[in-house]
Design a protein around this ligand. Structure first.
Ligand SMILES: *[C@@H]1O[C@H](CO)[C@@H](O)[C@H](O)[C@H]1NC(C)=O
Ligand SMILES: *[C@@H]1O[C@H](CO)[C@@H](O)[C@H](O)[C@H]1NC(C)=O
Length: 199
């Protein structure tokens, strides 16, 4: 519990320093509009920059952890995004990132901006799966659904969203009789729609 308090105390102090920076202090330029973009567990932190010659260093932390880890592929980068997909493990945990304007060795006192909280398992969007439909005879159709792949790998194998979400992943299949907009239960189906969702 002590370490949790430490993190939030640090947050309070730095937010007030940030206010000074935004008002035009010589402290420097903070990253603006820090946000998460995540699809099929590929999770990228992006931000806007206010000058062209700035480099950033990205740190992240479990909100319950109290210590920052450096994201070692995003140290002193001039890009305005950082792919944190493989760092946010375990997936079902809430994280916070910190985009530091890296202008000195004194990273603790550099201007910086916190991200919103982000939990990969709950907050990542998932894309529509690819699927095929084939008449299987006897009034049956076969629908083959291919789960979208994530950017996670385990023992050399790329994981699908099903490997991650397991029984929380469900597909809903709606089917209609040809020329009819009502859901049908007779044997000629020409249109299949799928939607994905985490329930
Ligand atoms: C998920 O998709 C919605 C709708 O497009 C978007 O507003 C949101 O920012 C996305 N969330 C992430 C984490 O990418
Ligand atoms: C669906 O997958 C099964 C098993 O892999 C295969 O036998 C079948 O031909 C596939 N059907 C379609 C419609 O792709």
């Amino acid at each position: 519990m002590g370490s949790v308090k430490t993190l939030f105390l640090y947050l309070g102090v730095c937010l007030s320093a940030g206010g000074v920076t935004a008002a035009g202090d010589e402290l420097g330029h903070m990253a603006e509009n820090v946000r998460w973009v995540s699809l099929d567990f590929k999770t990228v932190l992006t931000w806007n920059t206010t000058a062209s010659d700035i480099v950033y260093t990205v740190q992240y932390s479990g909100v319950d952890a109290g210590t920052w880890e450096d994201c070692d592929i995003c140290i002193q980068v001039s890009e305005t995004e950082c792919d944190l997909s493989t760092y946010l493990v375990p997936y079902d945990r809430t994280y916070l990132a910190n985009v530091v304007t890296d202008q000195s060795d004194d990273i603790e006192n550099s201007p910086h901006t916190y991200s919103p909280h982000f939990n990969p398992y709950r907050d990542s969007n998932i894309s529509a799966p690819t699927y095929s439909v084939e008449a299987a005879g006897g009034g049956r159709v076969m629908v083959n659904i291919t789960d979208p792949l994530t950017s996670y790998h385990e023992r050399g194998r790329q994981l699908s969203i099903r490997d991650v979400l397991k029984s929380d992943l469900k597909y809903k299949i709606s089917y209609y009789k040809s020329g009819n907009t009502r859901m049908a239960s007779t044997h000629r189906y020409t249109q299949v729609e799928t939607s994905t969702g985490k329930y």
